[in-house]
Design a protein around this ligand. Structure first.
Ligand code: ZN
Length: 163
């Protein structure tokens, strides 16, 4: 782990919010962060443009993490978007997001907003993407999940269904 102190602190803060009982899953952590901020966080699967893994939209009174449909590394992308949020980065304001819907076919716009390395659609730069990636890697490591494990999404879903 070569995560910065800032990232390590953010991961510890999130894990501190985890429920004291029961299995700690990524989706439960997202709910815990949401409760702590007093702002709902909605997680939705969506058909995002090709190459996009995830997107964080900021509405006036809530946040939405959009995850590409059928993405095998679903939990990795969710952890990445959560990282942006807890690290104080900026998502896409809803007015801008609304415009995107109308111009979704524009390759120029997608290229402008999409980080080619992480597949993340957002207004942030390379440093911010690296920080969110470090956060995701460390958080999933601490949760005991291998980001490359294709079955992890199934485990998360089963955990939610039966946990
Ligand atoms: Zn990102």
């Amino acid at each position: 782990m070569s995560a910065s102190r800032r990232v390590t602190t953010a991961v510890n803060d999130v894990l501190d919010l985890a429920p004291r009982r029961g299995e700690i899953s990524l989706t439960r952590l997202v709910a815990a962060v949401s409760a702590d901020r007093g702002r709902p966080i909605e997680v939705t699967m969506a058909d995002l443009p090709p190459g996009v893994c995830g997107q964080w939209r900021q509405y006036a009174d809530h946040d939405v993490f959009m995850i590409q449909n059928g993405l095998p590394t679903w939990d990795r992308t969710l952890a990445h978007e959560l990282g942006h949020l807890v690290l104080g980065h900026y998502g896409i304001p809803v007015t801008e997001a609304a415009r995107d819907v109308a111009e979704l076919a524009s390759d120029d716009l997608i290229g402008y907003m999409l980080n080619q390395r992480t597949g993340c659609m957002g207004p942030g730069g390379e440093d911010i993407e690296q920080e969110a990636e470090d956060f995701a890697a460390l958080l999933l490591y601490r949760l005991g999940r291998s980001p490359s494990d294709r079955s992890s999404i199934v485990q998360v879903r089963l955990g939610e269904a039966f946990g």
